[in-house]
Design a protein around this ligand. Structure first.
Ligand code: PBG
Length: 329
């Protein structure tokens, strides 16, 4: 038989012909357990406070935190990731080291609400410093890498003591994973896992987060977070964190950095996470609210793209809502 170009032999459309077949051959799926819910907890809050630039996201009070954590747990979400918003800040971010500070307290509140749900505590000083940087400053006002490592080491012990299963090292100081690992091991916290924000870019998409944590940042983070122009640099950052003992590596933001997610996936055999950050969330929420597209489809497409690029774990403010959709399906 001669080949008839008007009757093709190869028909990829066959596998798209019904919902059941499409479902059967889907290469990538979202699952509640792969989703991590970031939460903000404000010291002194008696009611949840809306965050204007993050529609639907709040600064929690202890009781609204409890409800959110129980809901996430019941929906099968993989973990919660906590950011603390303290009432007072100082140059060294000492509130971050305080066993009774808002972050350590919040870890305990989460565990009270849902003992089985892993708690990831943010290991960074920026919410606690009055200048808003992720580390302490030297005499000339520059972020002092090695002095910051000592603060992270102490903060890590505070958070591990409070019961956090995982610490999210998000400060982008050189050597932070090695320093924190050693500090934890020295006091017997050998089972506290480290989620390294290995490839974290200096991104405009963190804009709404700064409102969420009432950041007091002056200036920018260009001397420690990565230049969006660079991808090979991320491979190096990831390799260093793996060598220093990272248990999970994360890429952040996610949607503008899917190539970095894919490269990271190819480079390591430990779990890879990606963080769909506040500005990425806001873009979709605001466009959907303006009628530009179907909100739910856009959210699912965005999250599946992150999985397809190679992330095992996705941190997203939509975690509980999407877990609910998946359960109802
Ligand atoms: C800093 C931190 C930031 C985010 C998480 N941790 C902001 C920054 O680096 O300026 C951003 C998260 C988001 O935008 O959703 N520790």
């Amino acid at each position: 038989m001669t080949y008839d170009p008007f009757h093709p032999v190869h028909r990829p459309r066959r596998l798209r012909s019904t919902p059941g077949v499409r479902r059967l051959v889907a290469e990538t799926r979202l699952h509640p357990a792969d989703l991590v819910l970031p939460v903000f907890v404000a010291e002194g809050a008696t009611d949840p406070r809306p965050i204007a630039s993050l529609p639907g996201v709040v600064q929690h009070s202890p009781s609204s935190l409890r409800d959110a954590v129980q809901e996430a747990s019941e929906l099968g979400v993989g973990a919660v990731m906590i950011f603390g918003v303290p009432l007072s800040k100082d140059p060294t971010g000492s509130g971050a080291l305080d066993p009774d500070g808002i972050l350590a307290q919040s870890v305990r509140w989460c565990l009270d609400a849902s003992p089985e749900l892993p708690v990831i505590a943010d290991l960074c000083l920026d919410e606690f410093t009055d200048h808003g940087h992720c580390g302490v400053l030297d005499g000339r006002g520059r972020v002092d890498n090695d002095a910051t490592l000592l603060q992270y080491a102490a903060m890590a012990r505070t958070l591990a003591d409070a019961g956090a299963a995982v610490l999210g090292a998000s400060g982008m100081m050189d050597g932070q994973i090695g320093a924190v690992r050693a500090a934890l091991d020295e006091v017997g916290h050998t089972d506290t896992a480290l989620l390294a924000y290995a490839a974290k870019y200096a991104s405009a998409f963190y804009g709404p987060f700064r409102e969420a944590v009432q950041s007091s940042l002056q200036g920018d983070r260009l001397t420690y977070q990565q230049d969006p122009a660079n991808a090979r640099e991320s491979v190096r950052e990831v390799a260093l964190d793996v060598a220093e003992g990272a248990d999970i590596v994360m890429v952040k933001p996610a949607l503008s950095y899917l190539d970095v997610v894919a490269r990271t996936r190819a480079a390591v055999d430990i779990p890879v996470a990606a963080y769909v950050v506040s500005g990425e969330f806001a873009m979709i929420e605001l466009a959907a609210a303006a009628g530009a597209f179907d909100r739910r489809r856009a959210i699912e497409e965005a999250l599946v793209s992150v999985r397809r690029a190679g992330a095992d774990i996705i941190a997203t403010y939509w975690a509980s809502e999407v877990a609910g959709w998946l359960r109802a399906r």
